[in-house]
Design a protein around this ligand. Structure first.
Ligand SMILES: [Zn+2]
Length: 312
């Protein structure tokens, strides 16, 4: 009996439960169709290991990989009035919000945090495309203002990862008002002399590109990201012309002077460390996990100075 319950039964259970494994542990690349092991895909930051296609990544997963030791602190964002227009299309707006909350585990489409990258203190904000298409409503406006205010308070650069289908139609004109509001927030950073770096991810479209996503000091995009105000289909129908290959994609926009860099997700952390340190006037980051700098090293210049005076 013991042998059956201790050995045979678990063995049978494991054989049967194994059948469910492929569905849960493998996901398919949306570009090349390769089956990717979930852990391998997560370790590669949701970039296909076969073709390099950049799939969506949640703000939380991005920040875990971005910040030193995966450590960051959330910045509070004031909650706006819920459903101000009492809006309803096929579904009520509050019902859509509840569904998005259930699917993502996040309360809204933007996450604002503070932490260090390569020992460089920054404030960062990331838009969540899986939350109602990352749409820019009053909350996203509040989030960007909170991020800019915190960056000015701490004297840190702001790094923003954009991803949005545009403005949130359920909030009507109130969502469009976020364009001037976020522009003012960006202006606060400029007045304080702090760098504002935008990382444009797939897709960044609509009112978001017409405001905060295109007002950075440096614009970096992820490979093949669609970045536009009106999409290629709308433009094609309007001008009745076939659009060139790769139109409105990151590489095309880089060639046409709309972007500064196109950087793969795996190299983004290093790139952001270099750029933020350079713009903040800090020395280059120490590569690897070296011990804390020797305090004696700081004293050397002071000792050297009188020696030079002596020569004169
Ligand atoms: Zn692929």
């Amino acid at each position: 009996m013991n042998w059956i319950s201790n050995y045979v039964r678990p063995r049978i259970n494991s054989i049967f439960s194994r059948r469910e494994v492929p569905e849960n542990l493998w996901s398919k690349c949306t570009e090349c169709g390769t089956m990717l092991f979930h852990r391998e895909l997560a370790e590669n930051l949701n970039v296909c290991t076969s073709c390099g296609h950049h799939m969506g990544i949640t703000p939380r997963d991005r920040f875990l990989a971005l910040f030193d030791g995966g450590v960051f602190v959330e910045v509070d964002v004031p909650a706006p009035t819920a459903d101000p227009l009492n809006f309803r299309d096929q579904k009520k707006y509050p019902d859509r919000m509840k569904a998005a909350l259930r699917n993502t585990g996040e309360k809204e489409a933007m996450l604002v945090v503070e932490g260090e990258i390569g020992r460089t203190p920054i404030v960062a904000a990331a838009q969540d495309f899986s939350f109602m298409g990352g749409s820019m409503g009053m909350y996203v406006g509040n989030a960007i203002i909170a991020a800019a205010t915190r960056a000015v308070e701490l004297g840190r650069p702001l790094v923003l990862f954009s991803a949005a289908g545009g403005a949130r139609m359920q909030e009507g004109i109130l969502s469009l008002m976020q364009m001037p509001r976020t522009t003012v927030a960006v202006e606060m950073l400029k007045e304080a002399g702090l760098p504002y770096i935008v990382v444009l991810t797939h897709p960044t479209t609509g009112g978001v590109t017409a405001s905060y996503a295109m007002l950075g000091d440096v614009h970096i995009a992820e490979p093949n990201a669609l970045i536009c105000f009106a999409g290629p289909r709308v433009i094609e129908q309007t001008i009745r012309e076939k659009l060139p290959e790769g139109f409105q994609r990151a590489e095309y926009l880089l060639d046409h002077g709309m972007l500064d860099r196109v950087t793969p997700r795996g190299k983004m952390r290093e790139e952001l460390i270099t750029i933020t340190r350079m713009l903040m006037g800090l020395p280059p980051a120490i590569a690897g996990d070296l011990p804390a700098p020797d305090p004696a090293a700081d004293e050397t210049p002071d000792e050297a100075a009188p020696a030079e005076d002596a020569k004169e």
